[in-house]
Design a protein around this ligand. Structure first.
Ligand code: 5AD
Ligand code: SF4
Length: 432
């Protein structure tokens, strides 16, 4: 029986895509292996959001080339495939295929003709979702892509190039996938999209469907206990969506809504044309809808021209909003982006220093938030046992990890009293 090896880099969208690729290979009678040397086909699903991510792919490709069986075929799919295209064959001449994020369903072509070099990095739309088969069982937390691509064109971001313009999937298709997930094991649904709250689908009768419609319909599925979505663009948080936090109790009180920088000047150069006033207005509306909501953000430090005072403003907004579960990155110049050509690129040392300072502030806020959870009862979702087997791991509604003592037959959803906290996790005991 033929074996496949898939390694996934990058975002949840890639994790999901790899899962569908695996379903397709399973359907062709192949099985997964975790060892490159055992595999007949090796697929790296790649990320190009930062330069480091792209470099990682090429060093991994070198390793794969040396470790694989001589007749095994290997290639890259995803964002690096789209970023570098045919040049990938020049860098690694033995490569068999290079398929962009919207061409995965072309993989069978290389299986039937392994002697060709298969290159397809066209942005063809989302037919991959119709063509790739489904897995027979869904994970407890199921990610469902609802749109792909982005129309915002932030000047630092390669995604509009790699994933193209925004396309929303049909409402019925998303709900069919959601129901399938619910009937085969999903308890939590996370709707995915590069610009998820920009989801907009118009059916043949002209009826418009928004993310709020997907949330309302999903909340009616009994098996689904928790709903969330990621990642949101701030000014696309429309009132209908904000209202969902007031009316749908299954929607978790946690929202990823990246601000990227707290400086109006930097935001302008990033082509993220919202004022801090407008951004805070959205946060206030969200808190009015759901008092206990918490927000997470992504930040970029060292964007071209970022001054000390710009950076101070980023620290200020972080403290003001009190973001939890956030990510911060050093600006990385990417091909096909406007910011890579901007003057006043910031040196590595300054980027590193600013990142350390911001991480310090974010960690402190996280620790303080985690401590405010002590004494509270939170309804948490079971994830599995820890490595030692002595504890069970649960996930709180704010995506914190919560550690409890081992018990027989752990409940999938448990009401947990939080007894201790540090920056990284909570501890608690199951109440019921
Ligand atoms: N450099 C650094 N970080 C970036 N991101 C996107 N593009 C870049 C870049 N060129 C970050 C943003 C985004 C997250 C997914 O990655 O913060 O929200
Ligand atoms: Fe990486 Fe962005 Fe592509 Fe996801 S969409 S794999 S984060 S470049």
């Amino acid at each position: 029986m033929k074996k496949y090896f898939i390694k996934t880099f990058g975002c949840q969208m890639n994790v999901y895509d790899s899962w569908r690729i695996a379903a397709m290979l399973n359907a062709r009678g192949m099985t997964a292996t975790k060892t490159v040397a055992d595999a007949d086909i090796i697929i790296l699903n790649t990320c190009s959001v930062r330069e480091k991510a792209t470099n990682k792919v090429f060093s991994e490709l070198g390793r794969v080339r040396d470790a694989k069986k001589p007749d095994a075929i290997f290639g890259i799919v995803g964002c690096v495939a789209r970023e570098v295209g045919a040049a990938a064959f020049h860098r690694i001449p033995e490569l068999n295929f290079v398929l962009g994020p919207q061409s995965y369903h072309r993989l069978p072509e290389i299986l039937s003709d392994p002697d060709t070099k298969l290159l397809n990095i066209d942005l063809t739309g989302l037919e991959k979702f119709d063509e790739l088969p489904q897995m027979t069982t869904a994970p407890t937390v199921s990610y469902i892509p609802i749109q792909e691509g982005c129309n915002h064109c932030c000047t630092y971001c390669i995604v509009p190039y790699t994933r193209g313009r925004e396309i929303s999937r049909a409402f019925d298709d998303v709900m069919r996938d959601t129901l399938h997930a619910a009937k085969t094991g999903a308890v939590e649904i996370c709707f995915l999209g590069q610009n998820v709250n920009g989801y907009k689908y118009t059916d043949e009768n002209g009826k418009i469907f928004r993310l709020s419609d997907l949330i309302r319909a999903t909340a009616k599925i009994p098996e689904i206990r928790r709903i969330r979505f990621t990642s949101s663009y701030p000014t696309e948080m429309t009132d209908d969506l904000i209202q969902m936090f007031a009316t749908e109790q299954k929607l978790l009180p946690f929202l990823n809504m990246p601000i990227q920088s707290g400086s109006p000047d930097v935001l302008r150069r990033m082509n993220r044309p919202y004022s801090l006033h407008a951004y805070m207005d959205i946060i206030n509306k969200l808190r009015a809808a759901r008092a206990d909501i918490q927000i997470s953000s992504d930040f970029i430090v060292g964007f071209p021209g970022e001054t000390d005072s710009d950076f101070e403003q980023t620290l200020e907004i972080a403290r003001r909003v009190r973001y939890i579960n956030s990510y911060s990155f050093k600006y990385s110049p990417r091909p096909h982006t406007a910011a890579a050509l901007m003057p006043d690129q910031i040196g590595e040392k300054v980027k590193r220093e600013r990142l350390a300072i911001l991480d310090g502030v974010l960690n402190e806020i996280q620790r303080e938030f985690n401590e405010t959870c002590i004494g509270k009862n939170l309804t948490c979702l079971y994830e599995g046992a820890d490595k030692t087997g002595r504890h069970l791991l649960y996930r709180t509604p704010y995506m914190q990890q919560c550690i409890v003592a081992r018990a027989e037959n752990p409940k999938q959803m448990a009401n947990i009293e939080i007894t201790a906290a540090n920056r990284a996790s909570l501890r608690g005991k199951i109440v019921d």
